[in-house]
Write a protein that binds this ligand. Structure first.
Ligand SMILES: Nc1ncnc2c1ncn2[C@@H]1O[C@H](COP(=O)(O)OP(=O)(O)OP(=O)(O)O)[C@@H](O)[C@H]1O
Ligand SMILES: [Mg+2]
Length: 262
């Protein structure tokens, strides 16, 4: 379980660029929750993920992950139990290392060629074959040669190879062409549901926000302004979401990527 209690994060305090990215933000995430996160540009969605992952220490508030207070824990310690994907496919894998070396690193097997056993290779091939991207035939090629979609699929495999306590997906399909984005999104759904991974996914696609997961939160100005699950969520449409935003925020949703997506 993840618990965020009254988190506040102000960037550049005391300067003309002062920005409150999270304001008294609280959220309880149950084990197995798959929460989609939507909101205006600059609402604080990525800052929220940064707080969970330990990119910075919040100015106020506490973060409890599986009954442990991790508020002050450095990000590299948290990274062992937190899986994370970004919009940029270049993040999350080492481009100069081969596919099998990257997978070996993710599996905690060392990552260098000599440490990869035949059994490891068989396991990696088993993981890659169902992707249908042919990566299992390219195990000894550097990851830098892969397309963006292939890299995101590989990063997803790596982030979930040892079940993370929480998986953070920050618009991880936004930089992909629509067909590839759909493949990666379907793969995400499959893995998260199959392994019952607790997951937070920021998306600019409001239909995906409703189709995937069991709960949706909408953010504006560093706060949750709408939090929906269960039967109320099942009946929701994209226009309903837009109305909810307007109702709660007092103005129409302003997110260029979101409004450009059908
Ligand atoms: N490192 C930083 N330094 C200064 N300001 C920052 C920093 N990171 C974020 N901000 C500001 O904090 C606010 C929240 O940013 P954040 O990236 O969390 O928004 P977001 O909801 O992810 O937006 P988007 O939909 O554009 O990705 C924005 O006003 C942003 O400019
Ligand atoms: Mg963001």
């Amino acid at each position: 379980m993840l618990e965020m209690n009254n988190i506040t994060k102000v960037f550049n305090p005391g300067t003309p660029n002062e920005k409150t990215a999270l304001e008294d933000f609280s959220l309880k995430v149950s084990d197995g929750d798959f929460i989609t996160v939507i909101g205006a540009n600059g609402a604080g969605k990525s800052t929220l993920f940064g707080a969970i992952a330990g990119d910075y220490i919040p100015d106020r508030g506490s973060i409890i992950l599986n009954n442990k207070n991790v508020t002050l824990q450095p990000s590299y310690v948290r990274a062992r139990v937190i899986g994370r994907l970004f919009q940029d496919p270049m993040r999350g894998t080492a481009p100069g290392m081969t596919i099998e070396e990257n997978l070996s690193l993710a599996a905690g097997r060392g990552g260098w060629l000599g440490s990869i056993t035949r059994a490891d290779r068989e396991r990696f091939i088993e993981k890659l074959s169902p992707l249908g991207m042919g990566l299992e035939y390219r195990m000894t090629q550097p990851v830098g040669l892969l397309s963006g979609g292939q890299r995101q699929a590989l990063t997803l495999m790596m982030a979930t190879m040892n079940k993370p306590e929480i998986l953070l997906l920050d618009e991880h399909t936004a930089a992909l062409d629509p067909a590839t984005a759909e493949i990666v999104l379907n793969l995400t759904k499959e893995i998260v549901e199959r392994d019952k991974i607790t997951c937070l996914m920021v998306t600019h696609n409001m239909q995906s926000a409703l189709d995937l997961g069991n709960r949706t939160i909408m953010m504006d100005r560093g706060k949750v302004i709408y939090d929906v699950s269960g039967d109320e969520r099942k009946g929701l449409t994209v226009p309903d979401l837009l109305n909810k935003f307007k109702e709660a925020a007092g103005e129409a949703l302003n997110n260029d990527r979101m409004l450009l997506t059908k």
